[in-house]
Design a protein around this ligand. Sequence first.
Ligand SMILES: Nc1ncnc2c1ncn2[C@@H]1O[C@H](COP(=O)(O)OP(=O)(O)OP(=O)(O)O)[C@@H](O)[C@H]1O
Ligand SMILES: [Mg+2]
Length: 424
Amino acid sequence: MAPSSTTQKVDAFAMMRQAAAGKKPSAAAEASPPKASGSGSSSKAANSGGPAVAPMFKPKGSGLGAGPKHVADVENQPWVEKYRPKNLEEVSAQDHTVQVLKKTLGNSNLPHMLFYGPPGTGKTSTILALCKQLFGPELFRSRVLELNASDERGISVVRDKIKNFAKTTVTTNHDPNYPAPPFKIIILDEADSMTQDAQSALRRIMESHSRITRFCLICNYVTRIIEPITSRCSKFRFKPLDVSSTELRLKEICLKENVDCPDDALRALIKTSDGDLRRAITYLQSASRLHSATTPPTPLTAISVQEIGGVVPDGVMAELAKALGVESGAEDVEMGEPSGRTVGAFETVQRAVEKVVREGYSATQVLTQLHDLLILDPLVSPRAKAKIALTLGETDKCLTDGADEELQLLNACAKIRKAVSEAA
Ligand SMILES: Nc1ncnc2c1ncn2[C@@H]1O[C@H](COP(=O)(O)OP(=O)(O)OP(=O)(O)O)[C@@H](O)[C@H]1O
Ligand SMILES: [Mg+2]
């Protein structure tokens, strides 16, 4: 063992010396090439005819942690991060909010703010873009405190960390290219997961330090923010992105990333993402990976987008709907009758549900699609629709509480079948 490792070491050194002298390494040395680091400096030394061993070592730093620097590579970032708006101009669709916030760039007057709306609509991106535009990269760290649900934000943190940051005075030296107003911004992202006590503790801090500190609370469910806090903030509602804004942004990304996305795939992306731009971009990236992995690369398809999004195909849904008695050709069997026919109806429903569950589709997704299918169907009576809506709501609650997916789906489908056949 020992002689061979020594040989390898000697070979490596020989190869480095040859490389430094501008020669091609020998075959033996090529078999175990050493890892090149800091290639720029080594080739420089080689060209200038410097000492042979010098390029092996970095000029500065040795020992642990002296390896190559890990620089965040923008190219390898997920697209949602790569295309996160860098300024307010780049935020799509939220016109009203962007318009109001742009004014603050001019006169530096900012109220406490509460951003609320569904996921992936640009809340976090908007406040980060605003802060960057207000303070610039230099001041950002000292003027902005961002805390989200991954940080501990109980009452003790509000009393210590937030209060301390809120009351520190602001420095005045700043980059003249940025307005840098004389206050700090505390961003409390995902504020709906803060406890009521922690929210209550915020009230006084928001008031007493408002001269030098502004708060921006961000949440999905505005009802989970206590009234005294909402009344201290200007509210900004973030809407789910409309079709044209989503389309525009996706097309922009396709162009920059060289993705061949035909119209039907684009439509499928918009439909499955349902106003959530983050989801649309994520699906786009996954689908483009899938299609670029083939040789030759193929254009994106609606089917692969739906598959990635976990959407139940129309054919499977139509079959389930038929088992629920919604399609005209379905066997007209009443539920709840004490006859042999009842078993037949229930079995039809059970088989259909089992088939869907075995395919691995999530119950919530099936219910969402059932909702769209049944509530919009003109042939289902209004009375039946009311009962179906009630059933879907109850099932959704049970699923959120952690109930068994298959049992809940079966229960809901059985009730829907009953509602449909009763009204017929
Ligand atoms: N209005 C928008 N304009 C441009 N890009 C957006 C917009 N909304 C979302 N995005 C894209 O989606 C990603 C996620 O957006 P962001 O983090 O701002 O969502 P959010 O509203 O804070 O969602 P959550 O409620 O889940 O925290 C961004 O990186 C960006 O690529
Ligand atoms: Mg967010």
